[in-house]
Design a binder for this molecule. Structure first.
Ligand code: PEP
Ligand code: MG
Length: 821
């Protein structure tokens, strides 16, 4: 580091614990020094002390962090644990208030080490140097330190001369930007990243406009297009090297060469994909969350600043979890959250007495205006990014995630980038004719919710649909995977004829839906329903379901901040059981993780969540949660009606411990009647071992959504591979055949509760492979029963054999269509 160091201050360990470099903190916001340089300590005691003398700047109401100005002017942030803001102050007691002077070693915050350790993601405590113009030098890390031990030094860097007497330098270079689309969001983020190792101030200059090169927002405001000539101007001890680094990056094509990634849709898709069948005629409405009201006045600059930092860190942390194609977008968004100009503009508003939410909105609005002023169509996409981030930051500050779902007028076709299950649940289903998302996959959980509500849905339609103006007439033909914009009179009348023919057929199917389901040759096939709510249970009974083949218990507890306790779970299960009357109820234990995170169970970020701690794996890791749920199920559902099912098992090693736990819980509750414990077959491993598993498990039910994604190695929520996700793939069918055979040999039944069960085209094949229970979405039940009644077992077995020998899902579908004619 160059520059003259003055006013050096020694930092002592604020508590006893394990001293580590920031890179060891499992949160990118800290580890990547987005907030500043520093170090971290994993505490072994519950009292945070001042690492040096200074003045307390702020302590948030949640008392999980404190900021302090040292006597050399440097500001420090001490943040106890990760994601501890969410604890709302539980377990923390502030020992100081803003404005108070402290000496090194004075107590700042007392905390309950065990309680916080249990509730938080981690206890590791980053100590961050939050001011520019200082340098932090860290003592040896990777060791246990006592409270009060010297751990680091902070020195002010005098920006006049270096210790070697080198004077500050100015350096400029002109370059032509020939990257295909000029300096857009990702290139801008790359420029800012390239400057991280340097201290020089660097600007990009075009004509009379000048932008801080470390600021994505400022760079976007320049509107530099391809072919433009820009000057890179640096000032600082390492100005030449910094300018050269930026020039080299620009001359090498800004990392965009040979690709149109910048302008390509966020998630490339090959066209819309049907996620929930049906036809809708209606008017477009883009899902743009309404702006929430924010208070203009703040509660003190220090508190608002800490609040803003926490909100930015929270959103940035969430974005860090993005995977696949979404990760690149998330990276550009994270750069915006870290943008010095935006943060500076918000800081000025906060200093002037505004609330953090007001300040962030104002700073974002300023940046959006600058970008709009460039008049560049491509840059407009960044305006949408800023707006999206603004909403998320404001929602985090106000503690209202998910707010802002619009009211719908009748026959709305909702269009969105993507939709969260919680957003779907907040929509008024009565007025929702259909949904079309630019991204997403056909077996994502929101698709399942749409299918169970009988709402046609297209996914992976591409970014183009986001430009459709509100009120535009649309035909959403999910069966044909098509969205027709402003249809002509002929198309409209053809669609309304089909709609009324469909309604007539549905009325006929519904009239017979309450009879038990037998094939034409008399073979009994049970048609059950998949449920995710008490309302679904009523709909399922009305639709003729003979039982519930899959109660997705995690759906019952999605839209909430705290975990449901035993009594609340018991109550919900018991209401569903009562709604089903004496029909069997298969309760699936919590399937959290993967694409179904819940806010009340913070789980460490996983590189591959779909291959991580989800389903039964989480239950095995948290037997306390499993025990609580088993108790609630057994107390809520009469033993004769109750069947319990485990998601995501790989082999008997996942089954046996839960079987033992269930026996313990039954004994505890004095329930002597046997309770069936079955498994879902969702992994290729479980399918291959189905015969073995069936000798111990009471029943097998195939989750074709997951089985397909794991067999075909194609993420069920990723639009880029959604065309590959077809459960009628011969590879998946061969695994299903193993399950059918394995169950039959062990004298157990095998069913299907994944999305494939709702597809009437699949029914003859599944039945031919030995499946005797289909658990479908309630809306599909009358049609499915009608289809099964027309089938003959010998024909199904023959068709299933051919399907397993086919080379592609398309071939399988063609065979099935032919057989059904
Ligand atoms: C499945 O994977 O097919 C299934 C039924 O479980 P979920 O969709 O809830 O993951
Ligand atoms: Mg599953």
């Amino acid at each position: 580091m160059s520059g003259t160091m003055t006013d050096t201050i020694i930092l002592i360990a604020p508590f006893a614990g394990w001293l580590t470099p920031l890179e060891a903190v499992p949160d990118a916001v800290f580890a990547e020094r987005m907030m500043g340089d520093g170090f971290a300590i994993d505490p072994i005691e519950g009292l945070l002390r001042a690492p040096a003398a200074g003045e307390i700047l702020s302590v948030p109401a949640s008392a999980h962090a404190v900021t302090l100005r040292l006597d050399n002017g440097a500001e420090l942030l001490l943040h106890i644990g990760l994601d501890t803001v969410g604890l709302g102050g539980r377990g923390f007691t502030a020992k100081v208030t803003a404005g108070q002077r402290v000496r090194a070693g004075d107590p700042l915050i007392a905390f309950d080490l065990d309680a916080v350790a249990e509730a938080a993601k981690a206890l590791i405590t980053p100590v961050i140097l939050a001011s520019e113009g200082y340098v932090l030098t860290l003592e040896a890390t990777g060791r246990l330190v006592e409270a009060g031990a010297n751990v680091a030094r902070i020195a002010r860097v005098e920006p006049r001369e270096t210790t070697r007497g080198e004077s500050i330098e100015r350096f400029e270079r002109d370059v032509i930007v020939d990257a295909a689309h000029g300096i857009h969001a990702r290139p801008a983020a790359r420029i800012a990243a390239a400057l991280r190792p340097f201290v020089a101030e660097v600007a990009i200059v075009t004509g009379t406009a000048r932008a801080n090169a470390r600021s994505t927002v400022a760079l976007l405001g320049l509107g530099v297009g391809s072919g433009a000539s820009v000057q890179i101007a640096g000032i600082g001890t390492d100005a030449r090297a910094a300018v050269d680094a930026v020039a080299a990056l620009i001359l090498s094509g800004l990392g965009e060469q040979g690709s149109t990634a910048l302008t390509a849709p966020a998630i490339r898709s090959q066209g819309p994909v049907c996620a929930s069948p049906g036809l809708a005629i209606g008017q477009a409405l883009q899902l743009r969350a309404a702006d929430q009201d924010v208070p203009e006045d703040g509660a003190g600059a220090a508190a608002e600043r800490v609040g803003l930092d926490a909100a930015l860190a929270q959103i940035s942390g969430q974005l860090a979890g993005a995977r696949g194609a979404a990760a690149e977008i998330a990276e550009a968004h994270r750069a915006l959250l870290d943008d010095p100009e935006l943060i500076h503009a918000a800081g000025e508003q906060i200093a002037a007495g505004r609330s953090a939410a007001f300040a962030w909105r104002a700073a974002s609005a300023q940046a959006m205006t600058a970008i709009r002023a460039t008049g560049d169509a491509l840059l407009m996409e960044r305006v949408a990014d800023l707006k999206d981030l603004e909403r998320q930051v404001v929602a985090a500050l106000l503690g209202t995630p998910g707010a802002g779902v619009p009211a719908l007028s009748p026959s709305t076709v909702l269009i969105a980038e993507d939709l969260l299950p919680s957003q779907f649940l907040a929509l008024d289903a009565a007025n929702l004719a259909g949904i079309c998302t630019a991204a997403g996959g056909p077996t994502s959980h929101v698709a399942i919710l749409a299918a169970s509500a009988g709402i046609p849905m297209l996914v992976a339609a591409g970014e183009g649909v986001l430009a459709i103006v509100d009120g535009t007439p649309l035909i959403l033909d999910a069966d044909a995977a098509a969205l027709i914009i402003e249809p002509g009179a002929a198309a409209l009348s053809e669609a309304s004829e089909r709609l009324s023919a469909t309604r007539d057929r549905r009325a006929r199917d519904a009239a017979e839906a309450h009879e038990p389901c037998r094939m034409a040759d008399g073979t009994r096939i049970e048609i059950f329903a998949n449920l995710g709510s008490v309302t679904d249970a009523a709909a399922a009974v009305a639709a003729g379901a003979e039982g519930c083949g899959l109660l997705r218990t995690e759906f019952l507890f999605l839209e909430r901040e705290t975990a449901p306790d035993e009594e609340e779970q018991r109550e919900t299960y018991s209401r569903i059981a009562a709604t089903l009357g004496d029909r069997p109820l298969i309760v699936r234990t919590l399937d959290i993780g993967g694409d179904k995170p819940v806010p009340y169970l913070p789980m460490g970020a996983e590189e591959n969540p779909a291959l991580g701690l989800r389903g039964v794996r989480l239950s095995l890791a948290r037997p306390d949660l499993m025990r609580l749920q088993l108790r609630a199920i057994l107390r809520g559902v009469p033993a004769a009606q109750c069947r319990i099912m485990l998601p995501m098992i790989a082999d008997l090693g996942d089954y046996r411990p839960i079987r033992a736990l269930l026996a313990e819980v039954q004994a505890e509750l004095g329930i002597a009647d046997p309770v069936q414990l079955g498994v879902m077959i969702e992994t290729p491993a479980a399918a291959m071992l189905a015969g073995q598993v069936a000798r111990e498990a009471d029943f097998l039910s195939i989750g074709t959504n997951d089985l397909t994604q794991y067999t075909l190695a194609a993420d069920r929520g990723n639009a880029a591979v959604s065309q590959r996700i077809d459960a009628l793939h011969p590879a998946v069918l061969r695994l299903i055949r193993l399950v059918g055979e394995g169950a039959q040999q062990a004298g157990r039944w095998a069913g299907v509760c994944g999305g494939l069960a709702s597809d009437p085209l699949a029914a003859p094949i599944l039945i031919g492979l030995g499946i005797t229970e289909l658990s479908a979405t309630p809306a599909a039940i009358p049609g499915l029963k009608a289809a099964v009644r027309r089938l003959d077992m010998n024909a199904c077995v023959a068709l299933a054999g051919k399907a397993c020998d086919a080379a592609s899902p398309a071939e399988v579908r063609a065979l099935a269509r032919e057989a059904l004619i």
